[in-house]
Design a protein. Sequence first.
Length: 369
Amino acid sequence: MYGTRLKNMKITNTIVWACGALAVILTCCIYFGLFTSEKSVMKINIGTYGDHIYRYALDTETMEFTLLEKTEAHNASYVIQCGSHIYAVSETGAESGVYSFDCADGLMQTAEKRQTGADPCFIMSYDGKILTADYSGGSVSVFPLVDGVIGDCIQQLQFTGSGPVEGRQESPHIHQLKPVPGTDMILASDLGSDVIRQLRFEDGVLVHVADLECPSGCGPRHMEFNDAGDRLYCICELSGEVLVYDVPAFKLLQRIQADEVNAGGSADIHMHPSGKYLYTSHRLDNDGISVFAVGENGLLEKIAYTRTGRHPRNFMITKDGSLLMVACMHDNLIQVFRIAEDGTLTLTDAVLRFDSDQPSCIMCQEDVI
């Protein structure tokens, strides 16, 4: 009995010693660089006013961009990725349409350009369909998806209306589509009519249910929800305000100025992943990004304004909340800012320049390699 216990103790001591030795070896390997830690590479899809769509990789350690692919697409001002497929609008007046690409191995167009309403400026995937916001056409176009490939348009929901700002609100201008979290409702911002349209699918048909009236002459452009889904934030292009609504009652809770010089060119809006900060972009004069702190009640307090390159039409925030990338259309470049813990922005040395194409949309897919 005693001999068996002694033998077991020796085996146990040997295992402990071996584990300790292995830990030392692993520590040394890591210290001397025999093993490397994971690094994050962001794959970025870029739409442009010009002749191409681009895919780049950004190494977040070196902050260097690497071109992966580019393909011809005329005035592809807004792009999205759904799995191994990329969809893009073609904002070309009466010849406008929507593209579909397979990006599993390069960028291969999978169908002819499908006709939309005039000048689509936003595209969204929803319940096996593709929807576009047709700015000049004042409509929403609906397309079927079959194995990721866009079919011909099956519906075009047309709106009527106007606003008081001469030259900017002579007719409806649908600018963005946004599903309401936890519901079957889709919001469509109508910059030309000062309303947010409320839509839903009924028996496969997109129907116009109601309108959310916005302040006269404000020009609602892009929208964002908080994580809880009980606050809607809308950036108004013409008035430069952010409108804050209670959801689902859609009661207006706050109007706060974002554009510092009333340039009439406010553009994009995004919530920080932490939910603590909200960002808006502004063009035409004093171009830059406004930074807001989000209170526990969802109301906003402006805390900073950071200048950018010219015409920051679109921007995105990385999933980890560390970087903000902005497409500065009239400078033909993309800038990268670091986001501090207090929400403020600092410009990095990372910059992506284009020869002639004007970047208008930047979307990110993050992989760890």
